[in-house]
Design a protein around this ligand. Structure first.
Ligand SMILES: [Zn+2]
Length: 519
């Protein structure tokens, strides 16, 4: 009898051991073979269930596709911002509009008291890269019109999907705290965040989750990218008959051209992290009239500590060019200026835990067929959509310069980390028709919902686990002592609300608005 009981206990024990070895419900082994370590408590389970529902996916997917179709350039995102605001208001968020003097900037808030967790979102397009959706070769909808070549249509949408999911879960589970969405226009021209900060928009926020569309899930920490000053140099000369009496004229375009020659000679002597590029936005209207007005728009980029020195040298080039060509340097207008991004390690680590919990979506065969045909067209590896997530990205051992984001500005005010989420075809090129082709339709929907799941799960960790948030804010407080924030904006700088208005009007007249893509 005794031996029968003991062998029975043995079998029960083995059965329980077997149960313990099974994955927790909903915590499936993801494609990387990594079993999600993050604990799946009820509030987190609720956000994942809401975002995983097919109706939710379609609702947010259609918002993303609509913003893709509007393809509104920075400072002109009237329909895109209105669509996001409507969804947030329908969900009971209080929305402050026209924030920091920008009509398409808004802040949506739900809840009360501490902690205050923010999610950033963008929705502006890029000029010149119009492209038909899901078409694996260059085929513009309207030649020269704007397109979503950086996936910002998915990003604003992923951000609102995340805050709405968090709000629903907070309500269901009686969690206190505040969740905010920062509708940030004109990221491509790096405009909104420096002005939002100047207006104190992030004053009471404890931590901010940023997001960017990509071809895979991923995050990282440390300093990245470049600081930047976006600035217009305008020259003033005198008109004259360009053939009859050219000696009476002074060409403002000569001022611009000599300035560009001077800055191009400057390159040899700039520290290697610099990037510098320009377009001439005003340079006369006919060759037979000496132009009396000309303007060049520069992005001057370098690391935080070298930016102002680089900028000053370009200003000297402009002054020298004006003297040499006998014209006036009429105005220098700084449109915006931002720092490098300083991502918080503890926040990135928490994002990574949720990346591993959520994992990649499953891609349909038709989606992979499209991805491979686009990859073939671009000469990229024909691998289809990704099946393995990225490990946590560590800071580069040396600064290498590169692109900029005005998220960098926020990262010196509150702890920030950026989530990259999938949806773009690997090998598609940023700011290029190939990205416009991929950030629309079902694969993009899956990608942005995956991003929303990771952000919502992370926001809930920050709201409901004081220790997680404390680690993040303590790291930030220490970091801020060595990197106190000081704006690069000159006094009196104003957001250029006029930017892109003419371009948008031109393409709206050309019928851009009416072209709704088929799925
Ligand atoms: Zn972007």
């Amino acid at each position: 009898m005794k031996s029968f009981i003991s062998s029975g206990i043995k079998y029960i024990a083995i059965f329980f051991l077997f149960l313990m070895a099974l994955p927790v419900t909903g915590q499936k082994k993801n494609e990387s073979g990594f079993l999600g370590k993050a604990d799946l408590y009820k509030a987190k389970k609720d956000v994942l269930e809401y975002l995983g529902d097919s109706i939710t996916v379609k609702n947010f997917g259609l918002i993303s596709d609509s913003i893709w179709t509007y393809a509104e350039l920075g400072m002109q995102e009237f329909k895109s911002s209105a669509l996001l605001i409507k969804k947030l208001e329908d969900e009971g968020f209080k929305v402050e509009k026209g924030v920091a003097g920008m009509p398409t900037c808004f802040v949506a808030t739900w809840g009360n008291g501490k902690p205050v967790i923010g999610i950033l979102g963008e929705y502006d397009a890029l000029p010149m890269i119009s492209q038909k959706a899901l078409t694996p070769f260059q085929d513009p909808i309207i030649n020269g019109a704007p397109g979503h070549g950086c996936g910002h249509n998915m990003m604003g949408t992923a951000g609102i999907a995340a805050v709405i999911a968090v709000k629903r879960s907070m309500k269901l589970n009686n969690l206190s705290g505040t969740i905010k969405f920062f509708g940030s226009p004109a990221e491509e021209t790096l405009i909104s965040r420096p002005y939002m900060i100047r207006d104190g928009v992030f004053r009471d926020v404890d931590a901010v989750i940023d997001n960017h569309a990509s071809s895979n899930l991923g995050t990282g920490y440390g300093v990245s990218g470049n600081a930047v000053i976006s600035v217009l140099f305008s020259f003033k000369g005198k008109t004259a008959h360009a053939a009859g009496a050219p000696w009476n004229g002074r060409s403002a375009l000569d001022g611009v051209e000599l300035m560009n020659v001077a800055t191009n000679y400057l390159r040899e002597h700039l520290f290697y992290t610099y990037r510098m590029h320009y377009v001439i936005t005003e340079g006369g209207e006919a060759p037979n009239v000496v132009p009396d007005k000309a303007t060049v728009w520069y992005y001057i980029r370098n690391t935080d500590d070298r930016l102002e020195e680089t900028y000053q040298r370009v200003v000297d080039c402009a002054k020298g060019a004006a003297i040499a060509s006998g014209v006036y340097l009429d105005s220098i207008t700084v449109l915006s200026a931002t720092h490098q991004k300083h991502s918080n390690k503890a926040l990135a680590e928490n994002l990574q835990r949720n990346i591993e919990l959520v994992g990649l979506p499953e891609w349909a065969e038709a989606e992979n067929i499209f991805a491979k045909s686009l990859q073939k067209e671009l000469g990229a590896e024909e691998s289809g959509y990704p099946v393995k997530i990225n490990p946590l990205r560590e800071p580069a051992s040396a600064q290498s310069g590169g692109a900029s984001t005005d998220v960098g500005e926020v990262s010196l005010i509150v702890p920030v980390a950026t989530l990259n989420f999938p949806g773009e075809v690997p090998g598609s090129i940023g700011h290029h028709w190939s990205t416009v082709a991929t950030v629309y339709g079902k694969a993009a929907w899956k990608g942005l919902i995956t991003g929303a799941k990771v952000m919502a799960a992370t926001a809930l960790d920050l709201i409901s686990k004081p220790k997680v948030l404390e680690e993040i804010t303590t790291e930030f407080a220490e970091y801020s002592k060595k990197h106190p924030y000081k704006t690069f904006l000159p006094e009196g700088a104003m957001p250029p609300l006029y930017l892109n208005k003419e371009l948008m009007d031109k393409y709206l007249k050309a019928g851009m608005d009416n072209k709704i893509e088929d799925e």
